[in-house]
Design a protein around this ligand. Structure first.
Ligand code: PMP
Length: 425
């Protein structure tokens, strides 16, 4: 069999360079929070397939549920012949998403597709077209979600302008000088300069920005957004694709924000490595689109629905929400200990197990240190730890380790990060 270098050569010849790759490694197999590459080398996985593996690689319960489904039916297309796992998953999601009202859920396949459909529903329900999205927000790689995504390079660079009408508000971030008042004022400015409230179908944001840098919005900010949306008949969309499925210590991060969104998108860890996503919202809003306006050939695949139902059981049986809090505390404490020795770490933050540190030259918040961040990601890999960066300036180290990882493995991973700082910072 071929080694990483040989496979990378084949990959580079066969796959467009636009499909980036953070680590020049080909994986052979995985288990919980450990992966082995094609050369037999073992790595601790702190990336979790970008927030997909809150229940770890190949969780036995999830694999068993998928195997059982594989022997019954793998595909009919739900719009042709329905199957119970789809309906059961929607019922469970309706019960879990915050909001004291009747809900309905649509299943699709990817996070971007969920966001696209949330916007479609908001447009149909309001009869309006405009959407307000935020600086640094990330919502996907399709044309409409790229328009919502608040970062041009690399996501939509060289592709021209994306379809509108999308208006950009400021995401609150005290660290970089944007207060909640500033963020609200940026929306007021949109209403004054660009679009009347009656032109706006939805305001969409992540309760904790994922790709944008793990900045956490507050309950007070959400309260103000909720009031603004209520005043003007605007749909509030919470994009929980990265924050959902228990990452932040509650099943959905919005449970901690004190208000209910009209629409919620989810994907990633909801099905523990199988592709399913969706939109959950107020029943009458979700019903705004007529039959035939929602769906997709593979949308809500029986295999992925079976996996998602097993993910929910695993959360209950293994008490993973409490574990998410505990993992968050452990990682935060370890980062704070590193921060006490290294000025480069300007901020340690997060919600539940969604934890990150932001790096600056000499601790100066005006000098984001993407170079050091990149060096730490590469050195950690050399030492056997798979890490991810993120952030508008590429200067944030983020942890998305499976919640099922042992304390011992978390400590080993954090010890590697500490070593990297000692050697490089
Ligand atoms: N929204 C958020 C908040 C995300 O983090 C992501 C993926 N990183 C997406 C949408 C897009 O999801 P997908 O890559 O599955 O299309």
């Amino acid at each position: 069999s071929q080694n990483n270098e040989q496979l990378m050569q084949r990959r580079n010849a066969a796959v467009p360079r636009g499909v980036g790759q953070i680590h020049p490694i080909f994986v052979d197999r995985a288990e919980n929070a450990t992966v082995w590459d094609v050369e037999g080398r073992e790595f601790i996985d702190f990336a979790g397939g970008i927030a997909v593996l809150n229940t770890g690689h190949l969780h036995p319960k999830i694999i068993a549920a998928v195997e059982a489904q594989l022997k019954k039916v793998t595909h009919t297309c739900f719009q042709v012949l329905a199957y119970e796992p789809y309906v059961e998953l929607c019922e469970k999601i309706n019960a879990k998403v915050p909001g004291d009202f009747a809900k309905k859920t649509l299943l699709v396949t990817t996070g971007a597709e969920a966001v696209e459909n949330a916007v479609k529903v908001a447009r149909a329900a309001t009869g309006r077209e405009g959407v307000i999205a935020f600086t640094g927000g990330y919502h996907g790689r399709t044309m409409a979600t790229l328009a919502l995504t608040g970062k041009k390079v690399p996501y939509s660079a060289g592709m021209g302008l994306m379809p509108g009408p999308v208006f950009r508000a400021q995401y609150p971030c005290e660290l970089h000088g944007v207060s909640e008042d500033d963020a609200m004022a940026s929306i007021a400015r949109i209403f004054k300069n660009d679009a009347e409230p009656c032109d706006i179908a939805a305001i969409i944001l992540e309760p904790v920005q994922g790709e944008g840098g793990f900045y956490v919005a507050s309950p007070s900010f959400f309260k103000r957004l909720r009031a603004l949306c209520d005043e003007h008949g605007i749909m509030l969309i919470a994009d929980e694709v990265q924050t959902g499925a228990g990452r932040t210590g509650t099943f959905f991060a919005m449970e901690q924000m004190g208000v209910a969104p009209d629409l919620t998108t989810f994907a990633k860890s909801i099905a523990g490595g199988f592709p399913v996503s969706g939109v959950c919202g107020k029943a009458e809003i979700m019903d705004a689109i007529a039959p035939g306006g929602l769906g997709g050939t593979y949308a809500g695949s029986p295999i992925a629905c079976a996996a998602a139902l097993a993910v929910m059981d695993v959360f209950e049986e293994e008490n993973l929400l409490a574990r998410s809090q505990a993992v968050g505390e452990r990682l935060t404490n370890a980062f704070k200990a590193i921060q006490s020795k290294h000025k480069a770490i300007g901020d340690v933050r997060g919600l539940g197990a969604m934890v990150a540190v932001e790096l600056f030259e000499g601790g100066d918040v005006h000098k984001p240190d993407a170079a050091l961040t990149g060096k730490i990601v590469a050195r950690a890999r050399d030492k056997g730890l798979i890490l991810l960066s993120c952030g508008t300036y590429g200067n944030v180290l983020r942890i998305l380790v499976p919640l099922t990882a042992s304390d011992e493995l978390l400590d080993r991973g954090m010890a590697i990060i500490a070593e990297c700082f000692a050697e490089l910072a």
